[in-house]
Design a protein around this ligand. Structure first.
Ligand code: M6R
Length: 366
């Protein structure tokens, strides 16, 4: 069942090179520069013409929706609003006939997401589903959609479904951008080639497991954690914090790194581990300044950095390296060490990682 792993969560973390490849199989053909998403066919023109996109989701799926916001805005030039399904459904939201809704759900059974979809649908929105569980309630109420094809996820903490969602959302965004002409042919092809390299890069990160385990040993008794990132790595910071709190019961918060100075900076002292997702990208210099601000207040910094970076390793207390990667695809890679970190900390604290207290795999109550 667990394929020789101690827990489903660990198995699912280590499955990601394969599950990501599965999510791309038959869809991504990097050699010929094509993307084929059979599930989104009838409404592909509506997506190209969309004046805005509303994303509806909860929890980890909401985090992948945030990454989609960056992707669709950057490459398709379509404004995106990412909504907690539970808030959206109760506030009399503005929905226009023909609006595009992307609903994201691993289980396809989340009560709030389902109800928010039905509300949007009743007002004439087109609903596209990004779902893992085939034949689930959400997959049945959507107009069209794309399954993740990542296989069943058993651990309550979502891992391979998150990266599967990112993979599918990236393929949809790039396909729309290509058809719409908001991306150059060269850039499009480059990104497809890079996308095809993701499984191998994830494998490289997983080979660093022992480094992450040592860091977990050092911080397993911490009372609080902060996770910081900017741009595409901001949702990864939120996801890292959620993973840690749900399975290890350590209080953790994720923030956009620049928001730190508007409040959370007051928490920083010698005891407080601050996890920076600080890979080489367009906000790198800004993140370096944020790390310096934390060090100036005696905070302890754990940084996820791009292999070969010399500057941040000189500033941070602990380093986890990930291979270089396109900025827009980095969340697929940078989240992996954070999944491992929360896993190891939870195991060291004796927690039930696959079935954390008070949580269920699908939240079918509102
Ligand atoms: O099945 P869904 O994707 O709709 O579930 C949404 C959340 O309940 C889920 O992501 C939850 O936050 C996970 N336990 C996170 O690991």
């Amino acid at each position: 069942e667990k394929g020789g792993y101690e827990h489903f969560m660990l198995k699912e973390i280590f499955e990601q090179p394969n599950s990501i490849a599965d999510s791309m199989r038959g869809r991504l053909d990097a050699a010929n520069g094509t993307l084929t998403l059979g599930g989104i066919y009838e409404y592909s023109q509506a997506l190209i013409n969309a004046r805005r996109i509303i994303v509806l989701a909860c929890g980890t799926s909401w985090h992948s929706g945030l990454v989609a916001e960056y992707l669709f805005e950057e490459y398709c030039r379509i404004p995106v609003e990412v909504e907690y399904a539970s808030e959206f459904r109760y506030r009399n939201p503005v929905i226009h006939e023909g609006d595009i809704v992307i609903a994201i759900s691993q289980s396809g059974e989340t009560a709030d997401t389902l109800a928010a979809i039905e509300l949007a649908k009743s007002k004439g929105a087109i609903i596209l589903g990004i779902v893992n569980v085939v034949g689930s309630s959400i997959s049945r109420v959507t107009h069209e959609g794309a399954y993740l094809h990542t296989g069943p996820e058993i651990g309550v903490a979502s891992t391979k479904a998150f990266t599967g969602q990112l993979s599918v959302l990236t393929m949809i965004a790039l396909s729309v951008a290509h058809k719409k002409g908001t991306i150059t042919q060269t850039r499009y092809k480059e990104l497809l080639v890079e996308l095809a390299r993701i499984p191998a890069k994830i494998k490289e990160v997983l080979d660093n497991n022992a480094v992450v385990e040592e860091i977990a040993e050092r911080f397993k008794d911490a009372k609080n954690f902060i996770y910081l990132g900017r741009g595409y790595n901001f949702p990864v910071a939120l996801e890292g914090a959620l993973k840690l709190k749900e399975i290890s019961y350590i209080h953790a918060e994720g923030y956009p790194a620049a928001e730190m100075k508007h409040g959370p900076i007051a928490l920083i002292d010698e005891e407080m581990p601050v996890v920076f997702i600080a890979t080489r990208d367009s906000s790198y210099d800004k993140v370096v300044s944020n790390i310096q601000e934390v060090k100036a207040r005696k905070g302890v910094v754990i940084a996820v950095v791009t292999k070969g970076d010399a500057l941040i390793p000189a500033l941070a207390d602990y380093i986890i390296e990930v291979p270089p990667c396109e900025e827009a695809l980095m969340p697929l890679i940078s989240v992996i060490p954070l999944q491992l970190l929360s896993y190891h900390i939870a195991v060291m604290r004796g927690c039930n990682v696959d079935q954390p207290r008070n949580l269920a795999k699908s939240v079918t109550v509102e």
